[in-house]
Write a protein that binds this ligand. Structure first.
Ligand code: ATP
Ligand code: MG
Length: 747
């Protein structure tokens, strides 16, 4: 057993010796490798150990390591993280301010409410009552000093001979005071051969003080009115926002002081009927078209119809609480919306209220939604281009700043897509964009907003949205509201782009209102003034003269046609108002020619005055060539044999149509468009198979950017496109064509 054991050991030793002999080299190298790796690790650890203690903490540490190691990657990382930190800090600060403002306005609301309740309690309690009653004689003196007949009263007197005068007070007035008022009004009416029907009433709801009503005009010295004014003024002040609690308190103090001892003069009317968002009223003797009226619970409406016996108005928002016979009062101003920088990046409704959930919009300025268009002398010619970044538009139907260019086409032909690309292309070009969505789905608007945000275009854009679910009155107002917001910037010397998407739905909303207002309907049941509706809207877009600051407002209205019929009522109207149209063709769209611009039917009446010199020269022959191609392509469809020259025109036409295709959200700068069109129209792409033209396009751009930056620079700088420049470009293009290989081997 022990011998066996011994033999086994000897065998093992011999085997081990043989293995060692055979694999000596590899075993040694294995160990050497491991030792080397361990040594390396040790060195690294030592280096880190010696390095760490000398590094200070935080920012300085990052500086030090960057200097010492000077690793570009590290530097870049540091820069980006710093930038991110700054962004986060900025956002945090903005959120903090916003929260503070919200809290202050909430506080303000509550304070005002409490103060008003408190004041009402005080004023109706004993010591105050007798003090206010002592003032009654003085109030009557002040009222009588300010009464006068309005034009409305005089015309009423002509028809009715007698005018109602009512003196309402909280408590019974002494006879002597009543007599004084009666005598005064009698005298005043006698001067215009009228008679008074004098009434005296008592109404405890006034909470103190008195009211004199002559015809529809009210001279109000009541406590209830003072409290109402205080509330309204506080509401208005809220819009401008407070930075400080002290500001708020001072503001309130001033409000209270200025409301004391004041007569408020306004006109009253009475609701006759309410239905379908339309309210008929009487009274309101001197009301004007477009004025805002207020109903009892604070609902507002806008007057759109004035007849001898009744006044028609559209109600903004809800109207369930408005009853027949209830009071309605004039506010004394025409419908207006907030304007200013605070609106940029926001989504608002037709009244300028935020609907994007990002809090209240604080601006101190307002503009009426209806406003006179600039006069002829206030305008200057359209001469500056407004780049859309869409090849087919910039080359064939250029748009200038201050121009009105209609986008017209059937549904789903890429109308909105063109407008959104144009907005995206204005990035960094100092153009304010306003997108007015009329009668669209809320989801479509939300999608547009997220796309604009994604491409960084929301910073300079306002979306005015009256979606399909909004009332006809709000849809009617939306484009006017958007225009007012744009005008603010235009008169401040800025460039504005406004998009009305779309005016057919606007016309339908106006038709609905007109039919509800019982106006006679004309062609296609539209009211007779539907032309005026759109012309007064679009006339407000203009290029202002240098004396007025040289601002501009470019309008891109849209019209949806039915089965390509551009000769129906609304399309012909808007075509004749605008300075040209871009016609989008369903057939082209389905053939894959996108944007589906029909070159034959699209025009720009401003023409090449709104093009850069470069584009003007490059695209001069393009329209002609495309027209030729269209003409001949009709024949070629019959499958006839065509001669060589015709075939050449057809080939180059197909190439040009192909290069005019462009994807969404990819606007191109001017030089790229010009270079591409030039190279194709000069025949450089003749050898390129049609299905490789897309590849040709992007390779061309990167070739010039990489190898000919100076030529790219010259194209971009707006230098004259003369023979010298042409020669250099031709040379570069020849090299490019020679060097390139196309994926497709032909079609
Ligand atoms: P509607 O009549 O519904 O308002 P529209 O005429 O405004 O439609 P869009 O909504 O802009 O049309 O576009 C319709 C569809 O065509 C969309 O799905 C859009 O993505 C697509 N489209 C538009 N332009 C292009 C383009 N240049 N390339 C590819 N697809 C496009
Ligand atoms: Mg659309």
């Amino acid at each position: 057993m022990s011998m066996e054991f011994l033999y086994a050991i000897i065998n093992f030793l011999i085997l081990a010796a043989i293995v060692l002999l055979l694999f000596r080299k590899s075993i040694i190298s294995l160990f050497r490798d491991r030792r080397k790796r361990i040594n390396e690790e040790l060195d690294r650890a030592e280096a880190i150990e010696s390095y760490t203690p000398i590094l200070p903490t935080g920012e300085a540490r990052a500086d030090h390591s960057a200097d010492e190691l000077a690793e570009p990657k590290l530097l870049a990382m540091r820069a980006s993280s710093e930038e991110r930190m700054q962004q986060i800090a900025k956002k945090g600060e903005a959120a903090r301010l916003e929260m503070r403002r919200e809290m202050l306005s909430e506080l303000h609301n509550q304070t005002v409410k409490r103060m008003i309740e408190h004041a009402a309690g005080l004023l109706t309690a004993e010591p105050m009552i007798s003090r206010i009653r002592d003032l009654e004689a003085e109030m009557i003196d002040r009222i009588l000093a300010s009464v006068q007949l309005t034009p409305g009263d005089i015309s009423y007197l002509k028809a009715h001979d007698v005018l109602y005068v009512t003196l309402t007070s909280t408590y019974a007035l002494p006879d002597e005071l009543v007599k004084r008022v009666e005598a005064h009004t009698d005298r005043m009416l006698a001067e215009v051969n009228g008679k008074t029907s004098f009434w005296v009433r008592q109404n405890p709801e006034l909470l103190g003080g008195l009211i004199l009503r002559i015809g529809d005009t009210v001279y109000d010295c009541s406590v209830a009115e003072q409290l109402y004014q205080l509330e309204r003024r506080s509401e208005k002040d809220l819009i401008s926002g407070y930075e400080d609690a002290d500001d708020l308190i001072n503001e309130l103090k001033e409000n209270i002081e200025s409301t004391q001892n004041r007569i408020n003069i306004y006109q009253l009317g009475r609701v006759l009927t309410v239905s379908d968002g339309i309210c008929w009223m009487d009274g309101l003797a001197d009301i004007m078209y477009g004025e805002v009226v207020e109903f009892v619970r604070g609902e507002r409406g806008m007057v759109l119809d004035i007849q001898p016996e009744r006044i028609g108005c559209v109600i903004f928002g809800k109207y369930q609480h408005i009853e027949s016979g209830s009071r309605v009062r004039r506010i004394g101003r025409i419908a207006s919306v907030p304007v200013g920088n605070a609106l940029l990046g926001r989504v608002v409704d037709s009244l300028g209220h935020a609907i994007d959930g990002n809090g209240r919009i604080r601006t101190s300025e307002k503009r009426p939604i209806e406003c006179r268009a600039p006069a002829i002398l206030d305008r200057s010619a359209v001469c500056e281009p407004l780049h859309t970044g869409v090849k087919a538009i910039d080359a064939l139907v250029p748009i200038g700043k201050g121009q009105r260019e209609l986008i017209i086409g059937d549904r789903q032909t890429g109308k909105t897509a063109l407008a959104i690309d144009t907005i995206i292309n204005q990035k960094g070009k100092d153009v304010i964009c306003i997108y007015v969505a009329i009668g669209q789905k809320d989801t479509a608007v939300a999608d547009i907003r997220s796309k604009l945000e994604k491409y960084g275009a929301m910073e300079y854009t306002t979306i005015v949205c009256a979606s399909a679910s909004a009332s006809a009155s709000l849809q009617y107002m939306a484009p006017f509201a958007g225009t007012a917001m744009g005008e603010y910037f235009m008169y401040a010397g800025r460039d504005v782009l406004i998009i009305y998407d779309d005016l057919s739905k606007h016309a339908v909303a106006y038709r609905e209102l007109s039919l509800l207002l019982h106006r006679p309907s004309g062609r296609e049941a539209y009211p007779g003034d539907v032309f005026y509706l759109h012309s007064r809207l679009l006339e407000r877009s203009a290029k202002l003269s240098a004396e007025l600051g040289g601002g501009s407002m470019t309008a891109l209205p849209m019209i949806e046609t039915l089965a390509g019929d551009i000769s129906s009522y609304i399309p012909t109207n808007v075509i004749s108002i605008t300075d040209g149209q871009i016609f989008l063709d369903t057939e082209l769209f389905h053939e894959g020619q996108r944007p589906a611009i029909n070159v034959g039917l699209s025009v720009s009446r401003v023409g090449s005055a709104a093009q850069t010199k470069l584009m003007k020269q490059v695209s001069a022959s393009l329209r002609m060539k495309l027209a030729q191609y269209r003409e001949l392509s009709g024949f070629s469809q019959f499958g006839t044999d065509v001669d060589e020259s015709t075939q050449r025109i057809l080939d180059s036409g197909i190439r040009m149509m192909t290069v005019l295709k462009q994807g969404r959200y990819s606007p191109l700068p001017d030089w790229k468009q010009a270079l591409l069109i030039y190279s194709v129209s000069e025949g450089f792409a003749e050898a390129v198979p049609v299905d490789a033209l897309e590849e040709f396009e992007w390779k061309l751009y990167s070739f010039f950017e990489e190898h000919y930056p100076e030529l790219r620079e010259r194209l971009d700088s707006g230098e004259k496109f003369d023979d010298r420049l042409k020669r250099s470009i031709n040379e570069a293009l020849s090299i490019f064509i020679k060097e390139s290989v196309w994926q497709s081997s032909g079609n």
